[in-house]
Design a protein around this ligand. Structure first.
Ligand SMILES: C[S@@+](CC[C@H](N)C(=O)[O-])C[C@H]1O[C@@H](n2cnc3c(N)ncnc32)[C@H](O)[C@@H]1O
Length: 443
């Protein structure tokens, strides 16, 4: 594609994304599926542009509002981003040539607006803090409470593109062999800093077309997500429930830790997500997983009381920790969403806790940065359920490979600024054994 054709496609894609009804990655997947003629390189370039615009959305809107544009078009967002990123105005104007496959020529009004942006930078000190940090205004007090003086650093880290992390499938290979195989495919990679199963890849490449991915030797998974599967400490022969399994990211990690021995039930309320797990499980050579679609008043679930050694609740959440990958998440999230999610998380945690055997563990995880979805949920749960207690990371064998500072905490808390991962929270809660319960009752 010519640069002008890429720009035209970007404008078209952005106009679909900016209704913010659906996640941008889902919109982009559909867009490219309907336009198979757009090749891999063009697709990556168009997506990179759109993601960068989404990362700077509030600042762009702010600048256009200074030019009296209250409802910017996707054309102005794309062109404004280019000018504010330092591309020469004449160059941008030339791309709007009106030629075949190119965007229509800029109108006089558009030219005037864009000329007003020449020589400006995307960020200026006079912008409101929420705009500068690209955060929803209503979320600022919660983030200030959570991060205090670290907020600027955290917010900036959340604006950087995420690394490409993969988990090596130890059912099929080892990290050393996977690194060597990637090198043979001319893919630069290194062991990831925290996860014993992780590899971090240099640059943006399409790893899904590599031989190693297709053979199931590796799986795409953020390092933080790998650590949650690690902390679940699922062991060979155990009965494990992945209560919010989705497309099976953490199920796969736990199946590997269990060496394919024992039994995992992967549950979810979404049939299409559970369905998406099938291909991944098969590719990974995992065969100890049963899938179960949860339904209203689920009778099967009622029969599973106290039957599991491990119950992982990877709860639906605001996803604030993944905004490096999903920058549009910040533009779609509302206070009502957060309020509804908190209720949902509380209910899921309570229901899932009934499945844990005495002496078994309930693992609560989110990819949220907000205390309201994390510690606060755990604290409320522990208050209402005194037969569970929180294990500190230093009490969990699998956590002993983590840095000392991390292990001295009652839970795992990862942020992009602190560890270069997505934002994650994980707390491990152990249910009393029968003996502990009896001795407590006789005291
Ligand atoms: C954070 S995602 C899970 C991601 C998945 N564990 C992984 O590692 O790929 C949360 C999941 O919770 C599911 N969910 C939402 N409400 C639920 C409920 N009431 N019970 C069980 N799962 C639910 C969603 O469909 C979604 O797949």
């Amino acid at each position: 594609m010519t640069p002008a054709a890429r720009l035209a496609a970007s404008i078209e894609l952005l106009s679909e994304v900016m209704s913010f009804q659906r996640p941008a990655d889902a919109v982009a997947n559909n867009f490219f599926r309907d336009r198979r003629y757009i090749g891999g390189g063009d697709r990556r370039a168009i997506s990179a542009r759109i993601w960068d615009i989404l990362r700077h959305w509030k600042k762009l809107e702010w600048w256009l509002a200074q030019m009296n544009v209250q409802v910017p078009s996707s054309r102005l967002m794309c062109a404004g981003w280019a000018v504010l990123s330092g591309q020469p105005f004449e160059h941008v104007q030339a791309l709007f040539s009106g030629g075949r496959y190119a965007p229509d020529a800029l109108t006089n009004k558009e030219k005037m607006i864009l000329a007003g942006l020449v020589g400006r930078t995307l960020e200026v000190a006079s912008m409101p803090r929420a705009v500068r940090l690209e955060m929803p205004e209503w979320l600022m007090p919660l983030l200030e409470e959570r991060f205090g003086k670290e907020l600027e650093k955290e917010a900036k880290a959340l604006l950087q593109p995420a690394s490409l992390d993969i988990r090596v499938n130890l059912l099929k290979t080892s990290c050393e062999k996977a690194l060597a195989a990637l090198a043979e495919e001319k893919i630069m990679a290194e062991k990831s800093p925290l996860s014993p199963w992780g590899i971090r890849i240099d640059g943006r490449i399409s790893i899904t077309s590599s031989a190693l991915f297709r053979s199931g030797d590796i799986e795409i998974q953020d390092e933080g997500s790998q650590l949650i599967a690690l902390l679940a400490e699922a062991q060979p022969g155990q009965r494990v429930m992945d209560y919010c399994a989705g497309a099976g990211g953490k199920t796969l990690g736990m199946a590997m830790a269990m060496q394919n021995q024992g039994h995992i039930v992967a549950c979810d309320v979404s049939s299409h997500r559970l369905e998406a797990a099938v291909k991944r499980l098969r590719r990974a050579g995992v065969h100890n997983v049963e899938r179960h679609l949860l339904v209203e008043g689920d009778k099967w679930l009622k029969r599973q009381k106290a039957r599991f050694d491990r119950v992982l609740v990877d709860a639906p959440c605001t996803g604030t920790g993944t905004w490096r990958r999903n920058p549009d998440g910040r533009l779609r999230l509302t206070q009502t969403d957060l309020d509804e999610l908190k209720v949902k998380q509380r209910n899921i945690l309570q229901t899932a806790s009934r499945l844990v055997k005495p002496g078994g563990r309930l693992i609560y995880a989110t990819c949220s940065l907000l205390s309201q979805e994390n510690q606060a949920q755990v604290e409320a749960f522990l208050q209402a359920n005194p037969d569970f207690q929180q294990l500190w990371l230093k009490e969990i064998d699998s956590a002993q490979i983590l840095p000392e500072a991390m292990r001295q905490k009652p839970f795992l808390e990862l942020t992009p600024a602190s560890y270069g991962t997505d934002g994650f929270f994980c707390s491990v809660l152990q249910r009393q054994t029968m003996e502990q319960k009896d001795s407590q009752q006789t005291e």
